[in-house]
Design a protein around this ligand. Structure first.
Ligand SMILES: Cc1ncc(COP(=O)(O)O)c(C=O)c1O
Length: 414
């Protein structure tokens, strides 16, 4: 049965998250389908950062480390993220970036599983993860092999007794495919393996249950679905049972048991603070807090429901409207089995994405030929999905790839 614009408007009327769109600053008429790369600006972020600058920094100056809670912010924000990713308090800190946090987590896991010498990862995962695995293996102080798998269906066959650590993304950054965190973690543990999950494309977009799945370590960014702002600090989760034994390699003074003793020797802090390294960017942390405020009064379950509905609508409309073009939606066709973005392989993907951006629909392009569209449930409406697919079709009908204005000139991002 064909879907029409009126159907999409009706979906919006029935949407329990509709009011959340008003929490964000998005230019009128713009359809922003790139929140999986950089989340939109929450309305109150500028005022909140301005307050930190003018009052906490400008007036209270150094007193603010205590008075405004700057010292504790990494853990306070970590607990707030914990509420969105199923982690009890005291297991997450917000600090550094995903790349650095992954390095810390791999080192910690290799240290715990010290008698095993292999890391398994997915070949299709985000390159920084693979580069960091190489770097962490190379600096582990023992010979560590790396096995990159590319077939998830047989992945657990590689979970052999020599494997120390598995590193996986819960949602693949290209295909959007969603891994079964609970089952894979269970299989890893059955084989005595520790697991690290990259939550960059899942935190804030779907219901993650770190504690319930008995995950060992997790890392993720706050600038995508958590709306923390460009380059906002990332987070790292370590399950409580590892806190006393984990060692991380960037053992700076913020992870010292008594940083203000200024002792010559390093003694690690108790608990998750052990994952900190040095002073954190307070203004950026303030942006993370403002981003998390956009989740106020909203359940992750309702976010997941809407995310699946948006993805399904987009895929159905692309199939309905653009069937004469050789567009190939990659990854699972069932939105139950994907995160909150959809990628379409198309030979003219780059010029089509550029032309769509010019018409007010921002997605992004991932080499070699993927048009990628992210659906942030807090601010995307069903009618916007209709409009986006209409514009996609319009660009295809206009054969925009024949227009030199949309030819590829830069290697950067979109
Ligand atoms: C899945 C995934 N992991 C890791 C990263 C890298 O994060 P960062 O550059 O913040 O360290 C990204 C960035 O987009 C990502 O998508």
């Amino acid at each position: 049965m064909n879907i029409n614009k009126q159907d999409c408007i009706a979906f919006d009327k029935a949407d329990p998250l509709r009011h959340c769109q008003d929490r964000f600053t998005i230019e009128p008429g713009q359809v922003y389908l790139d929140g999986n790369s950089l989340g939109a600006l929450p309305n109150h972020t500028p005022a909140q950062i301005e307050n930190t600058i003018k009052r906490e920094w400008g007036v209270d100056l150094i007193k603010s480390w205590n008075k405004a809670g700057w010292f504790e912010l990494a853990g306070v924000l970590g607990d707030r993220i914990g509420e969105l990713v199923g982690a009890n308090a005291g297991q997450i800190v917000v600090c550094d970036n995903t790349t650095i946090n992954l390095f810390k987590a791999i080192h910690a896991a290799l240290g715990i599983n010290a008698h095993r010498n292999k890391i398994i990862a997915h070949k299709g995962d985000f390159p920084t993860d693979l580069y960091i695995i190489e770097g962490a293996a190379g600096s582990a102080g023992r010979d560590i092999q790396i096995e990159l798998i590319d077939d998830e269906s047989t992945m657990v066959d590689s979970f052999t007794p020599d494997v120390a650590v598995v590193v996986l993304s819960q949602v693949n950054y290209k295909s959007g495919a969603l891994m079964d965190m609970k089952e894979i973690t269970r299989k890893a543990h059955e084989a005595g393996i520790l697991i690290i999950w990259d939550l960059c494309h899942s935190a804030g977009a779907l219901s993650v249950e770190l504690d319930e799945c008995h995950v060992d370590f997790a890392i993720g960014c706050s600038y995508k679905y958590l709306n923390g702002g460009p380059g906002a600090p990332a987070f790292i989760y370590a399950a409580k049972q590892h806190h006393n034994v984990m060692k991380q390699p960037l053992s700076g003074w913020w992870s010292h048991s008594n940083p203000f003793d200024f002792a010559h020797q390093y003694t690690p802090a108790e608990g998750i603070k052990r994952m900190l390294s040095g002073t954190q960017p307070i203004l950026s942390l303030c942006g993370v807090g403002a981003g998390l405020d956009t989740f106020s009064g909203v359940s992750m379950d309702s976010i997941r429901q809407k995310s699946m509905a948006l993805c399904q609508l987009f895929m159905d409309l692309v199939t309905q409207q653009c069937s004469e073009y050789s567009l190939d939606i990659i990854g699972p066709v069932n939105s139950n089995l994907r995160g909150s973005h959809v990628s379409i392989a198309y030979e003219h993907g780059y010029p089509v994405v550029q032309a769509m951006i010019e018409q007010g629909v921002t997605g992004d392009f991932r080499a070699p030929n993927l048009m990628r569209f992210g659906f942030t449930p807090l601010y995307i409406s069903y009618e916007q999905i209709w409009n986006a697919v209409s514009i996609l079709k319009n660009c295809l009908d206009r054969e925009v790839w024949k227009d030199p204005n949309y030819a590829r000139t830069s290697s950067i991002v979109t």
